[in-house]
Design a protein around this ligand. Structure first.
Ligand SMILES: NC(=O)c1ccc[n+]([C@@H]2O[C@H](COP(=O)([O-])OP(=O)(O)OC[C@H]3O[C@@H](n4cnc5c(N)ncnc54)[C@H](O)[C@@H]3O)[C@@H](O)[C@H]2O)c1
Length: 421
């Protein structure tokens, strides 16, 4: 047996311990260095991510701003609308609702809290007239020609679809006839099917060139059935006949408004009637053209008065025709002078030879409307004219900015002189 000396044994033991210690130190150093690297890597990575995020934010921030602006511009602000309970809220159809009168009627009925459907073929009407309602939950706009049947569920129908100014209704007399005859039959058919009440926008032109002055509803009229205006005058006369046939034979509830000359904002630029003609001439510094001596009289109502009258008639129990107009009569010359002064225009008044068939007087008798509807016009002429002047001034500016305004096409019939309608 080999026995070892005590010293070398001690040295060996010491070496072993040192080795172990060294190994332990090396291990700790290794772990510490790995941890350090790891921490370093993370902070580099975090820095990189932060930088990337900052860059992305720089690109996205302006886009986000743009989206916010777009959202703001898309959030349509509607005129205030009353709340009506289910039982009071009506579903109302307005044919020709994108036209001059129809768009003001749309405004009134929408603001009163009803559900309004406008049907229009945009012959003389414009989307611009009702664009402030597009998207509203109570409003619907349908591009439709009333000469074709329409199937919808409604409680009331205001049937206004028809060109109203002579250049427009004489442009295509056959279409004017179809609109007023077939179109009215279609709307009466709809009223019968769904049990709706129908109001026809008839006209003072059913009195023709009147031999009675002022005209009341009992007057049967004096219309030339084959003249250039017959498509409109006779079209409206037969539309009235159809209403009463449907009332008597089918029990349809009808209302007939005989509307006299009306003016106001959203009239056509080339409507061709005396008020818009004079305003545009005065605003553009052109001579105000008066046919004849200017002593012929006319009476004009402001559009908001007419709209109130239409709604009052619709909701009344008066089924016979009712005149709606302003009986305040003025000579053409007075109109020209008044408009010239209100515009502050230096235009001269130019007298041209008298127009053929120009009625000398036109004035409604509105006793029936006063008595049965409690309605009469309230807007003073000057106030209405100022609003119309403001509108036409803005339209001229709009045109000058080269923006697109669809113009009604001119009348095909060029012969014969313009009349003071
Ligand atoms: N403005 C007046 O002074 C006056 C006077 C008497 C009667 N009216 C009657 O009042 C109603 C409205 O007149 P306005 O001055 O607003 O005229 P307008 O020309 O401005 O409006 C008539 C609307 O009917 C639409 N229309 C025409 N034919 C159509 C068809 N076939 N289908 C669908 N839509 C059609 C047009 O595009 C237009 O939007 C008309 O029936 C008119 O005869 C008006």
């Amino acid at each position: 047996m080999v026995s070892r000396a005590p010293l070398p044994r001690l040295l060996t033991a010491l070496n072993r311990r040192r080795m172990k210690l060294l190994l332990a130190i090396a291990l700790v150093a290794y772990v510490a260095s790995v941890w350090g690297n790891f921490v370093n890597m993370r902070s580099i990575q975090e820095n990189g991510e932060q930088k990337m995020e900052n860059k992305i934010e720089e690109v996205i921030a302006p886009l986000r701003e743009k989206i916010r602006d777009l959202e703001k511009s898309f959030t349509q602000k509607y005129p205030p609308v009353k709340f009506l309970s289910e039982k009071d809220r009506k579903r109302i159809l307005i044919t020709g609702g994108a036209g001059f009168v129809g768009s003001h009627l749309t405004d009134k009925l929408m603001m009163d809290g009803h559900e309004v459907t406008v049907v229009d073929n945009f012959f003389t009407g414009r989307k611009r007239n009702v664009e402030h309602w597009i998207g509203h939950e109570n409003f619907e706009l349908i591009n439709h020609d009333v000469v074709e049947p329409l199937y919808i569920e409604v409680d009331q129908i205001y049937h206004l679809a028809s060109p109203a100014s002579p250049p427009n209704y004489m442009y295509n007399p056959i279409k004017t006839l179809k609109t007023n005859t077939i179109g009215t039959l279609n709307m009466l058919g709809l009223a019968k099917r769904v049990g709706a009440r129908l109001l026809l926008a008839s006209t003072s032109e059913v009195y023709g060139d009147p031999e009675v002055h002022p005209q009341n509803e009992d007057y049967w009229g004096h219309v030339n059935p084959i003249g250039p205006r017959a498509c409109y005058d006779e079209g409206k006369r037969v539309a009235e006949t159809m209403c009463y046939a449907y009332m008597k034979q089918e029990g349809v509830e009808v209302r007939v408004a005989r509307i006299f000359n009306t003016f106001g904002p959203r009239m056509h630029m080339n409507d061709g009637r005396v008020v818009s003609n004079f305003i545009l001439q005065a605003l553009q510094g052109e001579p105000l053209t008066v046919y004849g001596s200017g002593s012929q009289t006319r009476a004009f109502q402001y559009v908001s008065d007419l709209v109130n009258g239409l709604v009052a008639l619709m909701n009344s129990n008066v089924s016979s025709p009712v005149n709606l107009g302003n009986p305040e009569e003025h000579t053409i010359l007075e109109f020209a002078q008044m408009i010239k002064n209100l515009v502050g225009s230096g235009s001269e008044i130019q007298f041209l030879s008298e127009a053929q068939d120009d009625p000398q007087k036109r004035k409604p008798d509105i006793q029936k409307a006063k008595l049965l509807l409690g309605w009469e016009p309230v807007v003073p002429l000057e106030e209405g004219l100022n609003k119309a002047i403001h509108y036409f001034r803005k339209e001229l500016e709009y045109q000058a900015n080269n923006q697109y305004i669809p113009k009604p096409k001119p009348a095909r019939i060029k012969k014969g002189r313009t009349r003071h309608n």
